[in-house]
Design a protein around this ligand. Structure first.
Ligand code: FAD
Ligand code: NAP
Length: 573
């Protein structure tokens, strides 16, 4: 489809190109139409291109004359001309979470006929939710809001020193918090449905599984089955919490899938696990005033910088969280029913024959998540998954071993399990499949933050990993404590918040690891992650003027190396 003007020489060149390829085309000369100006305005809005000729091939926007010739040279044009119309859809996306929705919407913007299937299998406790996947319903969003609830509690405690009279008893109401968060999530669910409708993406609330090549069976809540076909498929089915596989776990324990909509306050809680989910949940539950114990199988935050992990768990310990280290649950027994009830947990040591037991109102399992790939019928079409954990290996363009099947998000083998990563991968995949792009998702130096009471943000390598890759003698580590100004007046502890960078001496002191433990670590880390993408060096940090008084400014004044062994504790303010 060529939108042009009768006198346009570029339009004529494009016509010649299509004729030479033996391809039939439609042409609209806008200068000959009464509503030509309005059509051109609409085209500009749709494609961000104000000029003519404006070319679409099989509903995909290619661009103007130059872009069309470039696409011809790169082979993309021929690919677009060959697109299959023998299927119901150009693209079917399985999973309406962060990655799936981003991919589906982008493909639709590029003019493709797209379907998204999303279905939430209720948790063993019966919890389920709406469209949007883990992040919106049972992940980042409710987690961050509960984290905020806990931070507000801390702010209330601090506020006395700033002149607020909080001498009357201030209590937290779990039900009010959950209701407000769930209402907000419902509005997001609705927003997602609306945005799919606006982009003409077909949304089906059914469970999808492959039955043969290019064909899936969709089963809805009532058990009704319908089959759909597509030229291409994107798998974005995410993960679900793992269970221990011991007596009583599925009957009596909850997971993060249940916590954020729990209709009653969980009370005294045992959190099993010691990574992101476990520490974040333990952190906000303790911040809301609950008695919280974390059961750690090996170490806290395995894979993260252990220096920071130890400082973080020490802070949580000082702020009321009990850590039971080197224990795993062996049996969960219900002592009393109720909301919450009472559970007895017997745990065994990972180092010897010792067993211990404790009574809790709630046991929250946060022991990792399993990829939702084993009930997708992938074996019917030959898509390989890892035997070990069900993750999907893909090449650098997110393509599985079956050429028309792609995958993004948490189910990918060896990739960070984070919302912005899934979104970026999904969006870029759609652009490569259906647009004129070849940009790949960059999985290196992805920043992240653990939203514990004291947030831990990082980007790049842990000190352990940096030593493993680059050897200790080639690294210089700079570090410092810092005391947020807001903490001084409030009488909160000094020598707790911590900043560390790891530099590669063989590469201009390039910053290859960035770590910060302190308030708003997520906000701080985001900016420094951009700097790292631009090749941040220690010299550039030194040359940067800080913003005073902030926490982030500490990175512009780091002058103590870890190797010097100099004391970094701060005596005054
Ligand atoms: P998901 O968002 O999980 O979406 C997959 C969807 O597919 C789900 O709706 C699922 O029900 C559906 N589905 C599965 N199988 C089928 C099928 N056969 N048919 C139809 N539908 C199916 N990341 C961050 O970046 N920041 C955070 O602060 C953060 N906090 C988190 C907190 C918690 C408690 C958890 C659990 C995760 C958190 N994450 C966070 C991780 C983030 O949520 C995930 O990385 C992200 O949601 C992954 O997106 P996805 O598209 O791969 O899968
Ligand atoms: P995880 O990182 O896989 O950690 C699992 C934890 O459970 C580890 O501490 C592990 O201990 C422990 N564990 C595993 N099996 C156990 C068992 N049988 N008994 C006792 N403990 C056991 O899982 P996660 O915390 O669920 O996080 C999943 C992903 O979600 C993360 O990779 C992250 O990308 C994403 N996420 C991100 C955020 C964020 O961005 N803020 C927040 C939450 C989640 P060992 O170390 O001994 O194996």
């Amino acid at each position: 489809m060529i939108f042009s003007k009768s006198c346009c020489p570029h339009g004529a060149r494009v016509k010649e190109l299509f004729s030479s390829l033996g391809v039939g085309y439609n042409i609209l000369d806008l200068d000959k139409l009464e509503d030509g100006v309005s059509i051109q305005e609409v085209l500009a809005e749709m494609t961000n291109q104000k000029t003519v000729p404006n070319i679409f091939v099989n509903k995909v926007h290619v661009g103007g004359c130059d872009r069309t010739f470039q696409a011809h040279q790169s082979g993309l044009l021929q690919k677009l001309l060959k697109e299959d119309s023998a299927y119901d859809y150009d693209l079917i996306v399985i999973g309406g979470g962060s990655g799936g929705l981003a991919c589906a919407k982008e493909a639709a913007i590029l003019g493709k006929k797209v379907m998204v299937l999303d279905f939430v299998v209720p948790s063993p406790q019966g919890t389920s939710w709406g469209l949007g996947g883990t992040c919106v319903n049972v992940g980042c969003i409710p987690k961050k809001l509960m984290h905020q609830a806990a931070l507000l509690g801390q702010a209330l405690k601090d506020s006395g020193k700033f002149g607020w009279d909080c001498s009357h008893e201030v209590k937290h109401n779990w039900e009010v918090m959950v209701e407000a968060i769930q209402n907000y999530i419902s509005s997001l669910n609705w927003g997602y449905r609306l945005s799919l409708r606006e982009k003409a993406v077909t949304y089906v609330n059914s469970y999808a599984e492959f039955v043969e090549h290019h064909t899936i069976k969709a089963t809805n809540k009532k058990g009704q089955e319908t089959c759909f076909t597509a030229a291409k498929f994107v798998l974005a089915t995410g993960e679900r919490p793992r269970y221990l596989g011991i007596q009583g776990d599925k009957e009596y324990c909850i997971t993060s899938d249940d916590l954020f909509s729990l209709p009653y306050c969980p009370g005294k809680t045992l959190v099993v696990g010691a990574s992101y989910v476990a520490l974040e949940c333990a952190g906000f539950l303790a911040g809301l005033g609950l008695d919280v114990t974390v059961m750690v199988r090996s170490v806290v935050l395995r894979g993260f910088d252990q220096d920071l992990a130890d400082r973080l768990s020490a802070y949580m310990e000082q702020h009321g969280v009990t850590f039971l280290r080197k224990f795993v649950p062996a049996q969960i027994q219900q002592l009393e029913k109720g909301s919450p009830g009472k559970l007895k947990v017997v745990a065994k040591s990972t180092e010897g024959p010792e067993t211990i037991s404790g009574v809790y109102n709630t046991v929250l399992l946060a022991i990792g998540r399993d990829a939702c790939t084993r009930r997708l019928g992938l074996e019917k079409i030959g898509v390989k998954i890892s035997d070990k954990d069900g993750k999907i290996p893909v090449n650098d363009v997110e393509q599985t071993n079956v050429s028309y099947v792609y995958a993004v998000g948490d189910i990918l083998e060896g990739k960070p399990e984070l919302t912005p990563v899934a979104i970026q991968a999904g969006k870029l995949l759609a652009r490569r499949l259906f647009g004129a792009s070849s940009e790949k998702c960059d999985y290196i130096n992805v920043p992240t933050t653990i939203f514990t009471p004291l947030e831990y943000g990082c980007c790049g390598l842990s000190e352990e990993k940096a030593i493993e890759i680059h050897k200790k003698e080639n690294l210089e580590v700079f570090h410092s404590f810092f005391w947020p100004l807001e903490w001084t007046l409030a009488g909160r502890e000094n020598n707790t918040c911590y900043a560390k960078i790891i530099c590669n001496k063989l590469d201009h002191d390039r910053v290859i690891g960035f770590h910060v433990l302190g308030p708003n670590a997520g906000e701080i880390t985001q900016g420094f992650a951009v700097a790292m993408k631009c090749g941040l060096t220690k010299q550039l940090l030194d040359d940067t003027v800080g913003i005073h008084p902030t926490c982030g400014e500490v990175f512009t004044t780091l002058d103590v190396t870890k190797s010097s062994g100099l004391d970094i504790t701060q005596k005054g303010c």
